[in-house]
Design a protein around this ligand. Sequence first.
Ligand SMILES: [Zn+2]
Length: 412
Amino acid sequence: MKLAIDRERLLSEIEALAALSDGEAPAVTRIVFTPTDLKARAWMKARCQDAGLVVRQDAIGNGFARWTGSDPSAPVVGTGSHTDAIPNAGKYDGVVGVLGGLEAIRALQQAGFRPKHSIELLVFTSEEPTRFGIGCLGSRLLSGTLTADAATSLRDDSGASVEEVRRQAGLAGDLREVQLPRGYYKAFVELHIEQGPVLEREGVPLGVVEKIAAPASLRVIVEGAGGHAGAVLMPDRRDALCAAAELILAIESAGQSSGAVDTVATVGICEVFPGAINSIPARVRLGVDIRDTSLARRDGVMRTVDEACRRIAGQRRVCIHTELLNADAPADCGPAIIRALSDACKKHQFSFLPMTSRAYHDSLFIARIAPVAMLFIPCRNGYSHRPDEYASPEDIARGTLVLAETLATLAG
Ligand SMILES: [Zn+2]
């Protein structure tokens, strides 16, 4: 089978999709269920229908475009990503996986390949958390990671619920029916820009993802006692910010001492109340993000942070409350898909790096119900989520070719 990627068509489609934006070019802004997002979905649906694919949309708007295999009842081989974009983003995040996935299917069709397993392009709803404050809304529902009830009540900044917004977007049906049955997918593989600097720095054109890291996020409230910065003497103080400062360093050291490079711990929010120069901080709110590729190791870091909270609260006579906001489990990729991706790279003599995905993607959630893997291509300077995000035509075409080969292996 001789596979040919139509690079010009693929690049012109990436440009056409980028033009459907609420941001001024080159910035792309496409927030889920806005008129622009709906236009992009309609445009995408037409491209899939042009390719002869059978399209359907579920109740949350995840789009499926199927090339039916010779055994229609066999589990599906899936590929895809997202087309929503945060404000002032670039044109490649997500889109490369969606349009590259479509182009991979067309290349297989043109090469005369006949899949045994159906091959399905999946366009996930709201990978970005911009509107409803939670990322991967579509894939969380598909995998049952988020219940329909919990999804229904999520609201955007204007107070509109997911339920209202999706109905306005013309989506009917029961959200409980979005969840896919176990065994629906034989495999799922997502092509994506790396969003980091490793491939470019190493001069390697492809990354085969073996693990996807996942975050746990905590809200920490430190309650001390406020007072006049002049009148309350040092022995009498219960300064919430000084306690928080110790805790921030304890969190850093918990991340450093886990014994693995994959462990990262970050305090990204520190709000001080009342926040006046002549007032002792009475209360501090911290936002903590702890990530790892191993759930056990991440849980270990969380326990260390808990112990630090107790110790610091005792020593400094403050109260420290922690609230777990979110804790997604990391995922290991499927060995058979990793092998298929690696073999496809070798077949075309493309060098590749085994990698860890440190950002999370829809594949993390699909991993709950199916074997997944990801294929990364480089992006300039590692930039992503900004207008100057860039992936070269060669890299996009190369990734698409490897994706097509891999789909053929998995669906054959
Ligand atoms: Zn993405």
